[in-house]
Design a protein around this ligand. Structure first.
Ligand code: NAP
Length: 296
């Protein structure tokens, strides 16, 4: 098989960012301020997480204000709730994302119960999950959206094709499968209890892998000509690798995303589009004098 097409995220991300930059400038002219994205880090001392730094850099790149909100030390659920409630009420903060995973003693419900769905720009709130499932406009989980957007913007045909999603988490696998279904793919979802993963993968035209296990999917498990989106991010011997064994996969597939440099940059850029959408919606409500807009 000839060399596969590399589905790089950078050019797509740059395209998305250019639009966001123009949006930010227009918003500033109209409303006189720049919207803020609050990135909440619970219970860790140093804001070292690469992902988090990349989000703050993504904000700088488009002229959005990125605010790191640290709740350090051994925090209680009540304190997390109070801090998120403050961000909900801050009219300058248009979007809130909370770094996962949370410390073990803080259940996800602590965040979900309090987070304003209008500021939930990474689509973790059940209201946004419901809107997505029913096909209405809500905030989509950004990584899942990035996986599908990458295919669409690369001109890969999705409708009518068999897409196999490996992983069923609420943040990536499940929403990716719903979004592929919305694009009219025939979708199969695999997970840790799936029997004969290789057998199912060999029937796939499109494969999206979001597991968190280095090199789980190898070339021998893929159908010749398949298109592969590798969402996985794993550190092996100090290097970032995906869930797909790139070396063996590239001998078989027609197109594949690199790790790093595939889904990640698109995720980051799309998050900025969500922030601007949230900012516009909140500003419009304020202009209309809505009683719930701004400070409550
Ligand atoms: P997660 O919550 O741990 O979910 C992993 C999923 O993989 C689960 O559904 C699990 O099945 C399934 N799984 C585990 N072992 C399996 C196996 N042997 N065969 C088939 N399925 C298996 O992980 P996540 O949050 O979805 O993240 C997945 C990966 O994406 C991670 O590497 C993460 O770092 C990466 N990620 C990347 C980005 C990005 O921007 N590129 C963003 C977020 C996450 P069960 O449900 O049965 O347990």
């Amino acid at each position: 098989m000839s060399e596969p097409r590399l589905l790089a995220g950078a050019p797509i991300a740059a395209e998305i960012r250019a639009t966001v930059k123009a949006d930010v400038a227009a918003f500033r002219r109209r409303h006189g301020y720049v919207p803020t994205l609050a990135v909440v880090l619970v219970g860790r001392d140093a804001p070292s997480a690469v992902y988090l730094q990349q989000i703050l850099k993504g904000c700088r790149n488009v002229g959005i204000e990125g605010r790191l909100v640290e709740i350090p030390g051994r925090v209680s659920a009540a304190r997390v709730r109070r801090r998120i409630a403050e961000l909900n009420d801050d009219p300058l903060v248009s979007g809130i994302i909370v770094q996962m995973p949370l410390p073990k003693r803080i259940p996800l419900s602590t965040v979900i119960e309090i987070l304003d769905p209008a500021k939930d720009i990474d689509g973790i709130h059940p209201l946004n999950a419901g809107l997505m499932t029913l096909g209405y406009a809500g905030f989509l989980p950004t990584t899942a959206q990035a996986a599908v957007e990458l295919l669409k913007r690369s001109g890969i045909e999705i409708a009518g094709r068999h897409a196999v999603v490996v992983g069923r988490s609420n943040v990536v696998g499940k929403p990716a499968s719903i979004l592929l279904l919305r694009e009219n793919a025939t979708v199969t979802i695999c997970h840790s209890k799936t029997r004969d993963l290789a057998g199912i993968l060999r029937t796939a035209d499109i494969v999206v892998v979001a597991v968190g296990r280095p090199r789980l999917v190898t070339g021998a498990m893929l159908r010749p000509g398949a298109v592969v989106v590798d969402v996985g991010i794993n550190v092996v011997e100090g290097k970032l690798v995906g869930d797909v064994d790139f070396e063996s996969a590239k001998e078989v597939v027609s197109a594949i995303t690199p790790v790093p440099g595939g889904v990640g940059p698109v995720t980051n850029a799309l998050l900025m589009t969500h922030l601007m959408r949230a900012a516009r919606a909140q500003a419009d409500l304020r202009h209309a004098g809505h009683p719930l807009a701004g400070a409550r």
